[in-house]
Design a protein around this ligand. Structure first.
Ligand code: S3P
Length: 424
């Protein structure tokens, strides 16, 4: 049933701890499943995407004990599943697990919900075929079949697109390669897989262009997972936009491949302090304090897009309330996310009276005139659009949305946490 929610106007104040990092959670579960012995994961994201990964690794033969405090995974002996692996709404689940199966001699059928069935899978299938696996897609999309090979030969790869999912699928496919594997052409995509591989005992090098994974074995580990900057971003934006806001976000991952949103908000005039920088099991984290300041337009393009790939919707919302015209370019890949995010953002902002010009790879957004929409806004069944609307409403609301149920994909508990910050 559709979950209609109204987001109110109001400043954000106090202390907030958002959910665990989704990208790291997927990878930690998969690596724990691939590793002999018992790995213990603290602070895992419990959104539906990560639960899809949890259920898929169980179907592949991992043993998972899911307690409140920690998730314990016994891995190492995976087998081809009898049933289809259902990635539901989660691109990361489908793409990374296709890689894992391809290099472990596993055969599996992959499928997902209607949204995931629209998303491109050939970008994963091509490098896995180069490795020797058999991969069949349905006109480049799900459902897909993977018939993997055991002990893949070492090889050199070049990334066709700046995608951490493609890079990670190749790394996961080569965990059992007998010699060093090189992937050339990486530029600013998130490096959580590389960091986690080191945590699980492997040697991975990066010289700024090429990643090299040395042969070796995986060693079970204990891991604490940072809170998710991509979830924190909605709170950062909301507090930056509303007078009287003063908010602190705790234990947030500030991996430099993910901090494009902080750089972009600062370029728009936002006041963000990075406090208590420290290391959490191989990932940099900090507390982030954000206060209201009047904001102005900027240009978002190039490497910044890669480092803020999941934050363009929320940055567009900030642009809608900032002074001047913000230009977003080089963001065509957003058309293949959980929704066509460029069109979804453009329609949402236009429904609030904002002038938006749409281009194949971006948007021009004229800020400063956003107002309360006449009707209910659509979330396009896209969690990041739904949460961006919460921040869109914060300076000018109320804004009602047709269905906030999709938020549970990445951020269960978002609505009460947001309302709590608005009333503290
Ligand atoms: C992700 C990588 C990004 C991002 C997605 C999560 C990951 O996708 O948009 O939400 O965990 O590797 P691409 O690698 O396709 O850009």
């Amino acid at each position: 049933m559709a979950e209609r929610v109204t987001f109110e106007r109001g400043a954000l104040r106090g202390d907030v701890r958002v959910v665990g990092d989704k990208s790291i959670s997927h990878r930690a579960l998969m690596l724990a499943a691939a590793t002999p012995g018992r790995s213990v994961l603290h602070g895992l994201n419990r959104g539906d995407d990560v639960l899809a990964t949890r259920d898929a690794i169980v179907a592949l033969g991992a043993h998972v004990d899911d307690h409140d405090a920690a998730v314990v995974v016994e891995g190492g002996s995976l087998a081809s599943p009898a049933q289809t692996l259902d990635a539901r709404n989660s691109g990361t689940t489908a793409r990374l697990l296709m890689g894992l199966c391809a290099g472990r001699g596993l055969s599996a059928r992959f499928d997902g919900d209607a949204s995931l069935r629209r998303r491109p899978m050939e970008r994963i299938a091509r490098p896995l075929r180069a490795l020797g696996a058999e991969v069949r897609t349905h006109a480049g999309r799900l459902p897909a079949h993977v018939r993997g090979i055991a002990a893949p030969p070492a090889g050199d790869y070049a990334l066709e697109i700046a995608s951490a999912q493609v890079k990670s699928a190749i790394l996961f496919a080569n965990l059992d390669a007998g010699a060093a594997v090189r992937i050339a052409g990486d530029s600013f995509t998130r490096d959580h897989t590389e960091r986690l591989l080191r945590r699980f005992g492997r040697s991975v090098h990066f010289d700024g262009r090429t990643i090299e994974l040395e042969p070796g074995r995986l060693v079970a580990t204990q891991l604490r997972i940072p809170t998710d900057l991509s979830g924190a971003a909605f709170f950062l934006a909301g507090a930056a936009l509303v007078p009287d806001s003063d908010l602190r976000l705790r234990d947030v991952g500030i991996n430099p491949t993910r901090t494009g949103v902080i750089d972009a908000l600062r370029a728009m005039g936002a006041h963000i302090e990075i406090e208590h920088e420290r290391d959490l099991d191989g990932e940099p984290i900090a507390d982030l304090r954000v206060c209201y300041r009047p904001l102005h337009a900027t240009t978002l393009a190039g490497e910044l897009i890669v480092r803020a790939i999941d934050e363009i919707a929320i940055l567009a919302v900030v642009a809608a309330h900032a002074r001047g015209v913000t230009h977003i370019r080089d963001a065509g890949d957003l058309r293949g996310k959980e929704s066509d995010r460029l069109t979804a953002i453009a329609q949402t902002l236009r429904a609030c009276g904002v002038r938006v010009d749409e281009f194949p790879d971006g948007l021009d957004i004229e800020g400063g005139r956003a107002r309360v929409p006449r009707g209910t806004l659509r979330t396009y069944d896209d969690h990041r659009i739904a949460m961006a609307i919460a921040a869109l409403a914060a300076p000018t609301g109320p804004h009602a949305v047709d269905d906030a149920g999709c938020i549970a994909v990445s951020f269960p508990g978002f609505v009460p946490l947001w309302r709590g910050a608005q009333t503290s």
